[in-house]
Design a protein. Sequence first.
Lengths: 245, 245
Amino acid sequence: MLITSLENDKIKKCLKLRDKKYRDLYNEFLVEGEHLVIEAYRSGLLEEILILEDEVTILDAPITYVSNDIIKALSTLETPSHIFGLCKKKEENNDLGKRILMLDRVQDPGNIGTIIRSSKAFGIDTLVLGEGCCDLYNEKVIRSTQGNGFHMNIVTGNLMEIIKDLKDKEIPILGTNVEYGEDIRNLTSRDKECFCLVMGNEGRGVSKEILDICDKFIYIEMDSHVESLNVGVATSILLYELNRK
Amino acid sequence: MLITSLENDKIKKCLKLRDKKYRDLYNEFLVEGEHLVIEAYRSGLLEEILILEDEVTILDAPITYVSNDIIKALSTLETPSHIFGLCKKKEENNDLGKRILMLDRVQDPGNIGTIIRSSKAFGIDTLVLGEGCCDLYNEKVIRSTQGNGFHMNIVTGNLMEIIKDLKDKEIPILGTNVEYGEDIRNLTSRDKECFCLVMGNEGRGVSKEILDICDKFIYIEMDSHVESLNVGVATSILLYELNRK
């Protein structure tokens, strides 16, 4: 099938998927470019390929051919890709494992993307995104993760409720605090086996109600006159240390 | 003095400073917002304040009052600040010290900014930006550093020439390589006292001619199936380890 009209229902839906509201409604999202389409395919999330007429793909998925005008309309890049993937959202696994990272109102898509890549790199079982975090299926987040997020368990929800469940399972909640925290280098192997690390908003940090119920605080040793590290960097260094044998 | 016309020479110059070409020509740059103006003042880089008429500042610098229309024209933010600082570029100190970070064609302003913050946090003496790196005085870099870059030595130049000088001074050049590099955790105190770490472009890494003359390669241990960390994160973890006593 070749689609040439922007009024086509499928194309209209694909364009709507730029908004979180419609991604939530349809439980779908759109990815652009061969690398991301392949990653979505490998993760079993790819439902359909939209590809420029006359182009080919070796992926085993339903294919819709589209005109150059449609490609341009769908693209969010300066140089549009010739292939898009219509994908279903990944199912959330409620078994969070024992090495959990939780983000409280982290809003920058680049930071979320960086943190997903580092979570994969340093053996995190589940990433929990609280209300107020940037949407996982935001196009910039997906681009910045290069598809890594498709391969790990990421759940969304109310952080206070999830923390309550974790406490019932005796998983320690870790916050960060430079003044009365413990140097991350002094954590024991036992500390590193089982934890839920909470990291917070770029400007405001972790919300008070969560800090109040943390079981332990840690910090990264550094020159004292620097205000703070980028949240993606701070999280990554903590995960790197928590993965240190 | 109150300026209300966009045709005013000073305002025209300030607007031009958005382009690297003019920043290089005038050896000046513009910062927006109270925090950055104060940081520029503290670093001795602030030449003049431009402020919305009727607003006040306690900083001891020449002041020019401007109309709201001028503020809107100068601003690059959704919500314009009421204060701008016209600054001279920081002088480059050719004594690079013994703990040097060198960036080869790192192009994303956010990554440069993140790396500057981490360099300050982990005791780097000098950051060297090679040709092809994003400009230090790019507005996004300055915003992302929150003014930290004003307080550290940052030099620009031809990396091959600078490396030749460093080799004459017997400073080891460190590259990264997962296949035949050494785990960063195994470096000695001596390794950490004196080095020039080279990090490369987001997609292409460090250029071959530089890799060919590196004295040692290091890597970060992580789950093997992840393609790579964000360059800002990778650099920050290496600097964190190189700062470990």
